[in-house]
Design a protein around this ligand. Structure first.
Ligand code: SF4
Length: 533
């Protein structure tokens, strides 16, 4: 044990803004869990920090290498490249195999680890693919009970929900949080765009969109109760802050109406970044929209995904065309100034007709959004985030091929040209190369560690580096993988059975809906069973 009053010391590392939504909530949660243990202590380690404070914790300024544990939360695959470079700057051997008795144990979790941790396993001592709540307290106990690196790793190997490199045999089951305690925090306090108190409403999503990693890798979906969300929000209300409700499926929260009524009673100003168009077409959705508008919401994002009804059925997207247009029209009646559409290109079975339908959809949304505004003498921004589809591990589309980069670029240009002709549409999105590299990380194993190491913190890596080690890497992401074949992410068990994913893929090919996900007595996909089907 090192000097921290004899307590086990954990540095919680994130490469995101520690005062922003994603990085802040995850780091707060890990710190809370560690600090709840009277024999342990957590401090925050800002991975983005450069200069004299780099590689030191925010609270005590102690160097990262002085801690017993580095708990690293990785929400996006691109952060994989930052890890080896950061450890090296901290004076911690990059590869776990080179670490000695006095080096910290490096443990990673977060959505990118849940999807496929294989590319970074050589840098880790252990990895936790599920929620932190059920695993972290037992991890602290295991590390504290024994001394010596080898014995600690041995003890960690028996912790449920934790994989220990070279010691854990078989897949690690993602454990879900059973606590009814949402994470909450003030975003960027004191800064001009701060003043929002965000509260987590749930984890996962029951909508069943077949491309969605969050929806499929976080099963069963879990919602915090309206009571605890309101209790958490009370802190922000007392500080006079706007309340941001965050979660992948706010619209499907089973207590949404009482939740909004309760927050209304608190006179909370609300904000929510992205909402499902089919929900906004309902009376509850429209009431929420008016509420968001009167609370000063500036930008509303609609996850439209694609243009044609056929493709929406393939991806299992609930929103119908008329609901999307209704949502845009209702938003146009409010004081919300900016409507943002999230769209994907290169989805499985996409055809030229789907590209045309996509641009027609944007044109129709533009008219629906602007028409009520013009009647009221208001202008309004419309922007489109156009992103290549990436087949994510653990989803029914995990085995699908991405189009080749040249083809993706062509489709992107077709759509962008048509959207430019509409006029007044701002365009943004992920480049085909970055999207393919994300897929490459999802489909890679430990051999990728050398690229990540030699990239020295840069992502995307220099083309010569990637091609020198991997050759025609694009081939890996533009091939459909055989269903049921070996996959690098099989070391993670989300609880969803392979048979269910294959059945969902078959339903997608027939453009059929999938069964509803309603936790209770359901055992359909396997995630609500004690052990995988
Ligand atoms: S078993 Fe049923 S309720 Fe549970 S996650 Fe699967 S589909 Fe949803």
């Amino acid at each position: 044990m090192k000097e921290f009053g004899g307590r086990l010391a954990a540095a919680v590392l994130s490469f995101e803004d520690l005062f922003g939504q994603m990085g802040g909530l995850a780091v707060d949660l890990l710190c809370r869990l560690v600090n709840a243990d009277p024999l342990a202590l957590a401090e925050r380690l800002p991975g983005a920090e450069r200069g004299p404070h780099a590689c030191r914790t925010l609270e005590s300024g102690r160097p990262a290498r002085d801690f017993d544990l580095i708990l690293c939360t990785l929400s996006a695959e691109e952060q994989f490249a930052r890890l080896p470079e950061y450890l090296s700057r901290c004076g911690i051997p990059t590869r776990a195999a080179q670490r000695g008795e006095h080096d910290p144990l490096v443990v990673a979790g977060g959505m990118a680890v849940r999807l496929n941790p294989r590319p970074i396993l050589p840098f880790l001592d252990a990895w936790a693919p599920g929620d932190a709540e059920p695993t972290l307290p037992a991890l602290l106990d295991a590390v504290r009970e024994v001394s010596g690196r080898g014995r600690r790793l041995e003890a960690m190997a028996s912790v449920a929900g934790l994989g220990v490199v070279d010691r854990t045999a078989g897949p690690v089951r993602c454990l879900g949080c059973a606590e009814d305690r949402p994470a909450a925090r003030t975003l960027r306090p004191g800064e001009p765009d701060g003043g929002i108190f965000v509260v987590e409403t749930g984890r996962g999503c029951p909508a069943g969109c077949r491309f969605c990693a969050v929806g499929w890798a976080t099963r069963p979906p879990r919602f915090f109760s309206a009571k605890t969300i309101c209790a958490a929000a009370g802190e922000g209300v007392r500080q006079g802050l706007r309340i941001g409700l965050v979660g992948a499926s706010l619209a499907l929260h089973p207590e949404l109406v009482p939740l909004l009524e309760e927050l209304g009673g608190e006179r909370a100003d609300l904000t929510a970044a992205s909402l499902e168009p089919s929900f906004l077409a309902t009376p509850t959705g429209q009431a929420l929209l008016r509420r968001l508008s009167s609370s000063g919401l500036h930008t509303l994002t609609l996850a439209v995904e694609c243009g044609s009804e056929r493709l929406r059925r393939v991806i299992h997207k609930a929103a119908r065309r008329e609901q999307i247009l209704e949502a845009a029209a209702r938003a146009g009646e409010t004081s919300i100034q900016h409507l943002k559409l999230y769209l994907m290109l290169g989805l499985p079975s996409e055809e030229e007709a789907d590209l045309l339908a996509l641009t027609e959809m944007v044109g129709d949304v533009q008219r629906a959004w602007l028409s009520p505004r013009r009647q009221r003498g208001r202008s309004g921004r419309l922007s489109v985030s156009l992103n290549p589809f990436v087949p994510k591990p653990h989803t029914p589309f995990a085995f699908e091929a991405m189009p080749r980069r040249a083809e993706l670029k062509r489709r992107m240009m077709v759509v962008q040209d048509r959207l430019r002709r509409l006029g007044g549409v701002e365009l943004a999105g992920l480049s085909p190369r970055l999207a393919q590299l994300q897929c490459l990380l999802n489909r890679s194993d430990e051999s990728m560690a050398e690229v990540l190491e030699r990239a020295n913190g840069r992502w995307p890596p220099p083309p010569a580096l990637l091609e020198g080690l991997y050759g025609d890497w694009e081939h890996r992401v533009t091939q459909a993988w055989p269903a049921g074949g070996p996959v690098p992410w099989s070391i993670v068990d989300t609880g969803v059975s392979k048979a269910w994913l294959e059945a969902e893929r078959d339903r997608a090919q027939r453009a059929e809906p999938g069964p509803a996900c309603r936790p209770g007595n359901c055992t359909a996909c396997g995630a609500c069973s004690e052990s995988p089907l």
